[in-house]
Design a protein around this ligand. Structure first.
Ligand SMILES: *Cc1c(COP(=O)(O)O)cnc(C)c1O
Length: 361
């Protein structure tokens, strides 16, 4: 069977050289005599794998020494709980911007722990834009402001960060390594690897070391950043295979030219799609132009029944997972780092054919 172009929102495509390298080392990792899946996480071979992954991530994102890097389990979703538990007291306040279903989930989890205040929302227009946070809406005592930098479901993205003097926390799940960010604009960022960075099962957290503190007894040990930093992500058995695969992906990004090159490619791929959509009377892009994501491109067809037909026809041509999120509808093309431009050209050709076939006379 031939490999398809996978437009999934995550787990997403991985580059062929990364998969081939993993295949080569699957049975016997060089020098170890066994697979990474069978390796002790305390072995020198695995120590080297995790150290190299951290060093490469630091190089790719220019992460300063004043920030710790963690490779955790539990997905970005577990960070929705960990962040308030580590950064705010129970009586304290945290501010959130509501831009997507993921932001809503983050707010819901924070509200279980502290006073979580939604300071801006784009729910009024189906999350099609990035709302402005007004300084006067921000509680004086907010421990941090949480934003979802790239909104995977609705296809919006911050192109200018809010700078209101309050420490910024960013969900970069679908943004990290697809676009260059200044780490020092944030006190903490986190990202599930399965979008731009690797396979499911690893979540990267980068946090400023001065945030680490002793937590109340009621916080579970595994949810304590100080414990995780002290254990160098190995307080318990880490997701060894996922960290290894993420390491291969980081190495690939470095060889390809780094995050700036990834951003250039993602802008080129998304630019081709947006240009086509903007000139179409058949397809309608849904995100406000100045807030568009360069990784998740969302659009609708003249009626929703056509979306199903569109996605099915695309799959028959080897272009899979194009249906929009079940809460959003329409079509979503996710063009993360590993999606080659050829995949986007094949999608554009299909979009033209589909329109010819289904346009009302
Ligand atoms: C995918 C995603 C999540 C959820 O990640 P999990 O690893 O499934 O927990 C959270 N936020 C954003 C922006 C995402 O894209």
């Amino acid at each position: 069977m031939e490999r398809v172009y996978n437009f999934s929102a995550g787990p997403s495509m991985m580059p062929l050289p990364v998969l081939e390298r993993a295949q080569r080392d699957l049975l016997c990792y060089p020098g170890a005599g066994c697979s990474v899946m069978e390796m002790s996480h305390r072995s020198p071979a695995f120590e080297a794998i995790i150290e190299r992954a951290e060093a490469d991530l630091r190089a790719l994102c220019a992460i300063p020494d004043s920030y710790a890097v963690l490779f955790l389990q539990g997905g970005a979703t577990t960070q929705f709980s960990m962040i308030p538990m580590n950064l705010v007291d129970r009586a304290g306040t945290a501010a959130y911007v509501e831009t997507d279903e993921f932001a809503k989930k983050a707010i819901r989890e924070a509200a279980r722990w502290c006073n979580a205040v939604t300071v801006a929302s784009s729910a009024d227009k189906k999350f099609s834009y990035i709302p402005e946070v007004r300084a006067e809406d921000l509680p004086q005592n907010a421990a941090y402001l949480h934003i979802t930098v790239n909104n995977t479901l609705f296809g919006t993205q911050y192109h200018r960060l809010p700078q209101l003097g309050v420490p910024l926390v960013g969900d970069l799940s679908s943004a990290m390594l697809g676009q260059l960010y200044d780490i020092e604009d944030f006190v903490l960022i986190y990202a599930g690897a399965q979008k731009n960075m690797g396979p499911a099962g690893v979540t990267v957290v980068v946090l400023r070391r001065d945030l680490l503190r002793d937590l109340p007894e009621e916080v579970p040990t595994m949810l304590d950043y100080k414990v995780q930093v002290a254990g160098r992500s190995m307080h318990n058995t880490p997701p060894c295979w996922g960290i290894y695969m993420t390491g291969l992906m980081l190495d690939w990004i470095l060889r390809e030219g780094g995050v700036e090159e990834m951003a250039r490619r993602n802008n080129e791929k998304s630019g081709l799609l947006y240009e086509f959509l903007d000139n179409s009377t058949f397809y309608t892009p849904t995100a406000r132009p100045q807030d568009r994501s360069n990784m998740n491109i969302t659009f609708t067809l003249p009626d929703e029944a056509l979306s199903d037909l569109f996605a099915k026809g695309a799959a028959a041509r080897g272009l899979i997972n194009l249906k929009g999120h079940r809460l959003v509808g329409g079509i979503r093309a996710n063009v993360y780092n590993a999606m080659p431009i050829e995949g986007v050209r094949a999608l554009l050709a299909y979009m033209k054919d589909f329109e010819m076939e289904h346009r009302m006379p």
